[in-house]
Design a protein. Structure first.
Lengths: 552, 184
């Protein structure tokens, strides 16, 4: 039996898609929210480090299934290899209702005003596709606020002198520092820096009918056993369903967006949970499948009118892939600096995000999420033995004595870091898969060295008996912070979507995930993706006349 | 490291653990291998014990059952690594017999350690490694040993959370704050 026509299809139930589904459903549109994974199930994956979303050794707790979702990695010499979610090099992001917001560390950053105007603040960068966003921080500010209050953020920006202006405080008080946070905050203060507690999408007090965080050691990489961590799966998506206007259709793999001779889209073709081919028609389609999978969908949706895929008339779909090089330093202390109060990260500095001599952008520094034992077995100073007695000795003596600071460096986007599709490699359903190629702009590595040296400076001041830097390299971005592959812009020749996330020449096709981000900030991007979800939804609902989408 | 009551107790446990390492124990469990032959398993057990040896902190890879972890995963998630294990173990045995006149597991600890270091650095005679890169094989076994020793017991290794005990971590991993007495 054919599916009933609906007003809107949203592809991907993550940070962006969950928000859009709820906003549209609340405005009376009928919505089907498609998700390739299922509902997250805490009980199935309790505390298993080898199947955590952070360490995908034996599988991913929240998907994607490594048996069904291969990708291709194209090396710099042109050779390629097939990768899976457990093989490394995959650019992994969770595939379940809520996606990464189920198992993330939940940092709730607003980008800074400069993050939207990087090019005009610092000037052009040779060999890059650096561009300003077509929207400003002021444009997005009300939507950040909405995300903070509807999904739930703990924090206090008044302690951060670099915090962007806001109209309303975050809804919950900030978390206290853990032991490592206290030690490093004091050291930072002595150096004239400005420590403050990290804003978090976790409950510092009971909020929205759910309890406060219990400081679980196994937080990041896992679902919360008490539901004190806020994602779209336990906030906006249930709210969307409660309207009666939104159906969440799980275990469905979307294959392509269908469009007619006029170029407008009319629905999607997908495979249902029994792997049966299906069609769902709608008045509009909103893609929020992540920067890699949204780009793949656009590229796989070829017609005579769009021979290179939807939105791809000027070859911009899939370009500018970003995903943050993490960079920082670690220090060995002669006391137990770690108390394993979850999630681990509690303290941040924004002293190095902008306006540092010779640095374009920069990045936030924070202490690290708890390293579980297997992860820690890879944490060693350079030159240390990777096995044997010495390795084991370090593990036993030091798992609680290593502290660190690290952060995501603001990437300078480039044309060759990209997503394509590989027609010769198919997924479980026969759909051509994502191929990733290129590398980061060389300047990123210089910026990483800068931030790592600052991190090391704080650790030394804190009394570390030995310190070493971990400097981010030039490897291709992707992963949980993936961004940039369907960038927004005012010029259709140099972007995929307009300032409202609407694909330039297709008025009823939208993007509402990290793909839109022109640049990716020196921060974890999830709150920005949520805010973009509200921003795009606002435009859609303002142009919905009650029965049809007003074509522009 | 200060020798408090806890580390004294741990040393005691380690001493007991070493008794459990007698060869009779190993052959008794060998009937359960899913992938390895008894011969391959004996070699790999010795190799893993070099990677994570028994020491003053407590037992090593053998006592933790790292081989059970690897054996189990090789017929499941790591099935694509089956060949490299067979080829790697066979090459290592070949080297050991040619260079030292004994099988790897029969060598003394120092000789085993020396072979491991050479293997890690790709310095064993290339003629013995026609099918597999020796340092790649070694780093694979290192990675899997770490997973088996430090990962959760439910996958076959880290018997009774022994590595967690050695690190003085609560086990199973604690849910909630009640165990964190130092928390602010």
């Amino acid at each position: 039996m054919a599916n009933t026509h609906v007003n809107a299809i949203v592809v991907g139930a993550g940070a962006g898609g969950g928000v859009v589904a709820k906003e549209l459903a609340e405005h009376g549109l009928s919505v089907v929210l498609f998700e390739r994974g299922g509902w997250p199930d805490y009980d199935k994956h309790i505390n298993d480090e080898l199947i955590s979303q952070r360490t995908q050794v034996l599988g991913s707790a929240f998907g994607p299934d490594h048996r069904k979702h291969p990708r291709v990695r194209i090396n710099s010499d042109g050779t390629k290899r097939v990768v899976t979610p457990i093989s490394g090099g995959y650019g992994h992001n969770a595939a379940c209702v809520g996606s990464g917001t189920v198992s993330y560390g939940a940092m709730a950053w607003r980008f800074m005003p400069e993050d939207f105007i990087l090019k005009s603040t610092y000037g052009p960068v040779e060999g890059s596709t650096l561009e300003d966003w077509p929207i400003s921080y002021e444009d997005l500010e009300p939507y950040y606020e909405k995300a903070e209050w509807e999904i739930g953020v703990s924090g206090d920006d008044s302690q951060n002198p670099f915090a962007p202006p806001r109209k309303k405080a975050q809804p919950m008080p900030p978390f206290e520092y853990n032991r490592e946070g206290k030690v490093l905050a004091e050291a930072g203060k002595r150096l004239g820096m400005n420590p403050f507690p990290i804003p978090m999408l976790r409950n510092s007090v009971p909020f929205n009918g759910r309890p406060a965080c219990i400081r679980n050691r196994t937080c990041v990489g896992f679902a919360c056993p008490v539901d004190g961590k806020n994602g779209t799966h336990n906030t906006v998506i249930p709210a969307a369903m409660a309207t009666g206007n939104c159906e969440v259709r799980t275990h469905c793999q979307v294959a392509e967006v269908m469009s007619d001779a006029s170029g407008r889209v009319g629905g999607i073709r997908y495979f249902d949970r029994e792997d049966k081919g299906q069609v769902q028609t709608a008045d509009m389609v909103i893609l929020a499948a992540s920067a890699t999978e949204t780009a793949r969908l656009l590229l796989n949706s070829k017609t005579d009118r769009h021979p290179y895929g939807l939105g791809n008339n000027y070859d911009w779909v899939g370009r500018n892939l970003q995903g943050h090089a993490y960079t920082g330093a670690l220090g060995l202390f002669d006391f137990e600096i770690t108390d394993f109060a979850g999630p681990g990260a509690s303290l941040a500095f924004c002293d190095f995000n902008h306006h540092n001599q010779g640095i374009i952008g920069g990045g936030m520094l924070a202490n690290e999420f708890n390293a579980l034992p297997y992860l820690f077995s890879n944490v060693r100073p350079p030159g240390a033995k990777r096995w044997g007695r010495e390795h084991k000795d370090f593990q036993m003596l030091n798992i609680k004595r290593v502290g660190g600071l690290q952060g995501p460096i603001q990437e300078i986007p480039n044309w060759e870091a990209r997503i394509t599709v590989d027609p010769s490699v198919k997924d479980h359903w026969g759909i051509p898969v994502v191929a990733m190629s290129g590398q980061r702009h060389p300047i990123d590595h210089e910026h990483c060295k800068f931030l790592s040296s600052k991190a090391e400076m704080v650790l030394k001041e804190a009394g570390a008996i030995y310190t070493w830097q971990r400097v981010g390299g030039r490897g291709l971005g992707g992963g949980q912070h993936q961004a940039g592959t369907a960038r927004m812009g005012n010029d259709p020749k140099t972007s995929v979507c307009n300032r409202y996330g609407q694909v330039h020449d297709i008025d009823n096709l939208f993007v509402a995930d990290g793909s839109l981000c022109v640049t990716n900030g020196g921060f974890n991007p999830v709150l920005t993706i949520m805010a973009l979800g509200y921003w795009v939804s606002d435009y859609i609902t303002n142009n919905w006349n009650g029965t049809k989408f007003k074509s522009s | 490291m200060k020798l408090d009551r806890r580390s004294f107790l741990r040393t005691g446990v380690a001493g007991f653990g070493s008794i459990m390492l007698m060869p009779s124990c190993i052959s008794r469990v060998s009937s359960a291998w899913r992938f390895f032959s008894d011969e391959e398993a004996r070699c790999l057990i010795a190799l893993c014990e070099q990677i994570i040896p028994e020491d003053e902190h407590g037992g090593g890879a053998t006592e933790a059952g790292v081989i059970h972890y690897i054996d189990r995963q090789l017929v499941a998630v790591f099935s694509y690594d089956q060949l490299i294990y067979q080829q790697g173990i066979s090459a290592l045995q070949h080297c050991s017999l040619e260079l030292h006149g004994h099988r790897f597991e029969e060598l003394d600890m120092d000789k085993q350690f020396g072979l491991c270091e050479s293997m890690e650095n790709g310095e064993l005679p290339a003629a013995y490694w026609p099918d597999v890169d020796q340092s790649r094989f070694f780093s694979l076994v290192v990675r899997h040993s770490m997973q088996g020793f430090y990962g959760p017991p439910r996958h076959g290794g880290n018997k009774d959370y022994m590595s967690y005990r050695m690190m003085d971590l609560e086990f199973p991993l604690v849910v909630g704050r009640n165990h964190y007495e130092h928390l602010s």
